[in-house]
Ligand binder design. Structure first.
Ligand SMILES: [Fe+2]
Length: 433
């Protein structure tokens, strides 16, 4: 176990200090680092095939799943030899009382805690920089993030800024984090962003008004304490939006060009769990069976997308979210159907599996599968209460070329089953108006 000074400067446990840049995602594309499947082969076959003799890696943090997991934060923080903890959270989580429960667990172990809660729903670059300054100034040596994707992504950013002494935006892209941050324990309170599982951090560049994706093995938290009870206080709108985000994670990872048999098992199971439990979780918010099932779905979807990456829905949603400061889950939900319709013929077999997981019967005609799958996703979205279109969110059609331009540069687009043109992306946005 290392002393606090070493931890603060990023030289943490051997498992996380050893970064293997060339192996992230088992990527072979030198420009992006992703190991991409052969699109031509897939297009001919009408599906994405896996062979079991391909070399694969799967990155995941240690996690504890179950009711009461939150209460062990203090004892786990002690195991990292922490002396002073920065607890990163936001106002909503403070109002619900979960951050205070985590703080009490830390206090019980005699750990001093500095709370940082200046975190927006789409965390900003300057919030990360301010958090890093506070982390260093107050002599913290470990971070605990309590909340949904925003506090967790912000905490990841604070960690790598404090260990590298660089601006957060300098890490944009794949594998651009030289030194890992201090130890990070996550307590997710949504189901979910899966930021507590993933090697992603999404931060808003407030000057350019775009969301940048930072993807690195260094961003995988050290430990996630996944306590489904924390989701019982979620407002219905957040339950629906975060649940739809998890559904899009699972679907995009499943059809991703970097998917593998291991990510597939997690992705497809997540889809069926969300199909069966998201509506009941909304209708019976205090029933733990549904909350636990949704938390499990979020975990599985996170394991899938952290290793297979995402696709065009996320690339387009990141572009929208940065410019208009929209809800991430709502943007994804609105964009999912046009993107599935567009992608379908480039991963027919995979989308047919997803149709079954969404409760459809198998159809002989792929065109019928495509149409019924898109209709089913639309019905599901509406039943969970997301009925907005982009036109309701104050988006101007004149902005579509700029939105498409930025979506083309998002790292998530690289693993979409087919690379769209800028004009095709504009048309997809237009379909969501
Ligand atoms: Fe997402």
């Amino acid at each position: 176990m290392q002393g606090p000074d070493k931890i603060r400067h990023g030289a943490r446990s051997p498992k996380s200090a050893t970064i293997e840049p060339s192996l992230i995602f088992f990527l072979t594309d030198p420009a992006t680092g992703y190991m991409l499947a052969d699109n031509n082969r897939h297009a001919k076959a009408g599906k994405q095939e896996h062979t079991m003799d391909e070399l694969r890696k799967f990155v995941a943090p240690e996690f504890i799943f179950g009711p009461g997991a939150l209460a062990s934060t203090g004892s786990y923080a002690k195991q990292f030899a922490a002396e002073k903890v920065m607890l990163v959270t936001d106002e909503g989580v403070l109002s619900a009382g979960w951050a205070q429960k985590v703080a009490a667990s830390l206090e019980k172990e005699g750990l001093a805690t500095e709370i940082y809660s200046n975190v927006s729903p789409n965390p900003r670059d300057h919030e990360v920089m301010e958090g890093a300054e506070t982390f260093l100034k107050t002599g913290c040596d470990l971070m605990v993030a309590v909340g949904g994707g925003s506090p967790i992504d912000c905490a990841k950013g604070i960690g790598i800024v404090s260990s590298n002494e660089q601006h957060i935006l300098e890490f944009e892209g794949v594998d651009r984090v030289p030194v890992p941050g201090p130890p990070l324990i996550c307590v997710p309170t949504t189901a979910g962003s899966s930021a507590d599982i993933s090697q992603f951090s999404i931060i808003c560049d407030s000057r350019r008004r775009v969301k940048v994706a930072i993807i690195s093995k260094s961003l995988v938290p050290d430990l996630s304490l996944i306590d489904p009870g924390t989701t019982t206080t979620l407002p219905p709108k957040l339950t629906a939006e975060t649940g739809m985000d998890a559904l899009v994670h699972a679907i995009e990872a499943y059809v991703s060009n970097a998917s593998s048999p291991i990510t597939d098992i997690n992705g497809i199971k997540a889809v069926s769990l969300i199909r069966n439990h998201l509506e009941p979780a909304l209708n019976h918010p205090l029933e733990m069976d549904h909350r636990s099932a949704m938390m499990l779905a979020s975990l599985l979807a996170g394991l899938a997308f952290s290793n297979a990456s995402l696709g065009l829905v996320h690339a387009m949603a990141h572009s929208l979210g940065g410019r208009y400061d929209l809800s991430h889950g709502e943007s994804n939900a609105i964009l999912l159907e046009p993107v599935v319709d567009f992608n379908f013929d480039h991963a027919r077999g995979k989308y047919s599996d997803l149709a079954l997981a969404m409760g459809l019967e198998p159809f002989q005609d792929p065109k019928e599968t495509r149409q019924r799958l898109v209709e089913t996703l639309a019905g599901f979205r509406e039943r969970v209460g997301i009925t907005t279109r982009l036109s309701h969110l104050g988006i101007s059609k004149e902005e579509l070329p700029a939105l498409a331009d930025f979506a083309m540069t998002d790292p998530c687009i690289v693993t979409n089953p087919v690379m769209p043109t800028k004009k095709e992306i504009e048309e997809l946005y237009a379909k969501a108006f």
